[in-house]
Design a protein around this ligand. Structure first.
Ligand SMILES: *Cc1c(COP(=O)(O)O)cnc(C)c1O
Length: 366
């Protein structure tokens, strides 16, 4: 049995360290925005090559509170991808804005920069890029358009913590970077947690105030805020795990290149690494027209797979009112039919990777 992911292996390795970190928070008695949170913010700001990092309650809140801090509001259009998790877009809606979906590139699975400019209108306020599966989007082109058209750039780094684009860390390229520490992410808590990273001090300050009910001074609200604070116990767990992140990401990359080597020559498409980027393989996602058959074959062989994402956002019930017809985002729609993600976690062994590859080869030999 090889599951699509397995969180228990990491916990077994770190059990005593995590126990000690939790006890120290419990002994210290500071449960909200205490020293453990400050510590994590400091580590992640430095890691993401940003001057500031502000912990919030989830990756979704990093997007929602971050966009509120950037002033995205009613009537604003935000250009983004439909080939992503729903939180990328519903947070735009929560701010009162309107997601404008454009198609992706088949190779990188990310926003197609060539389509961005055509989607810009007088109401466009921002471009929200997602570095899907851990692969950086084409930021040079996107940043150039944003500069020319005076748009904000938001990076959804929920799947890409540690990835690099032309030597720069994702999250440091746009106006804000939004991190998620959902348990299965490359740096995962044991509950919900998230963070906004930025090189704009005034935006960091706004996120800090907004996450605390819009109160710069306790019990004095000067704007509409949220309760979105990062939990100290989760921060303590993340501080322990953070010291392993680089090694884990390196291991993910090694597993990915092993998979790609073993799958060569089969009638499927392995992930493309965009030149001059570091992909951190939150997912190792292949494409094949026989996706459903392959997934059932692997399941029968005791190998777990996941489909991210079976339905694109423009085709979700939620966004029917936006009026996108079937076929309006052809690449996105094709990917939804063809992608399948293989087991990917740092503890996966070489023997297991070989077993997965062998089962895939077996399917195509039939
Ligand atoms: C996980 C994820 C989010 C949301 O993060 P949560 O911590 O689960 O709220 C947003 N965007 C993408 C692309 C994600 O993968």
């Amino acid at each position: 049995m090889i599951p699509a992911f397995d969180l228990s292996l990491q916990y077994k390795q770190l059990k005593s360290e995590i126990g000690a970190a939790l006890n120290s928070v419990l002994d210290g008695g500071e449960f909200i925005l205490g020293p453990a949170v400050k510590n994590l913010e400091k580590s992640l700001a430095a890691y993401c090559e940003c001057s500031h990092a502000v912990g919030v309650a989830s990756g979704t809140d990093a997007l929602r509170v971050g966009m509120a801090a950037l002033g995205i509001g009613p009537g604003d259009e935000v250009i983004t991808t439909a080939f992503t998790f729903v939180a990328t877009a519903n947070t735009i809606s929560h701010c009162g804005g309107k997601p404008v979906f454009i198609d992706v590139e088949p190779g990188s699975f990310n926003l197609n920069p060539a389509l961005v400019e055509k989607a810009v209108t007088p109401r466009t306020k921002a471009i929200l890029v997602v570095h899907l599966y851990g692969q950086p989007a084409g930021m040079d082109e996107i940043l150039a358009i944003a500069k020319r058209r005076r748009l904000l750039v938001i990076e959804d780094c929920a799947q890409a913590l540690g990835a690099r684009y032309r030597a720069r860390r994702v999250g440091s390229l746009g106006d804000i970077g939004c991190l998620s520490f959902y348990p299965t992410k490359n740096l995962g808590a044991y509950g919900d947690a998230g963070m906004v990273v930025t090189n704009r001090p005034e935006i960091a300050e706004k996120v800090d105030i907004l996450r605390r009910q819009g109160s710069p001074k306790k019990y004095h609200a000067d704007r509409l805020g949220f309760n979105s604070r990062l939990d100290s116990l989760q921060a303590a767990i993340l501080n322990v795990k953070f010291s392993h992140l680089e090694a884990w990401n390196a291991r993910r990359r090694a597993i990915a290149s092993h998979y790609s080597r073993l799958l060569q020559g089969l009638p499927l498409t392995t992930p493309v690494e965009v030149p001059d980027t570091v992909h951190v393989y939150h997912q190792y996602t292949i494409r094949t027209a026989q996706r459903d058959g392959l997934a059932s074959h692997l399941q029968a062989a005791g190998i777990g797979t996941m489909i991210y994402y079976p339905v694109a956002l423009h085709q979700q019930e939620l966004y029917q009112s936006l009026g996108y017809a079937a076929g309006s985002l052809p690449v996105t729609e094709k990917l939804c039919r063809e992608v399948v993600s293989l087991p990917m976690y740092p503890e996966l062994t070489e023997v297991q990777v070989e077993e997965v590859a062998k089962a895939i080869a077996g399917f195509f030999k039939k």
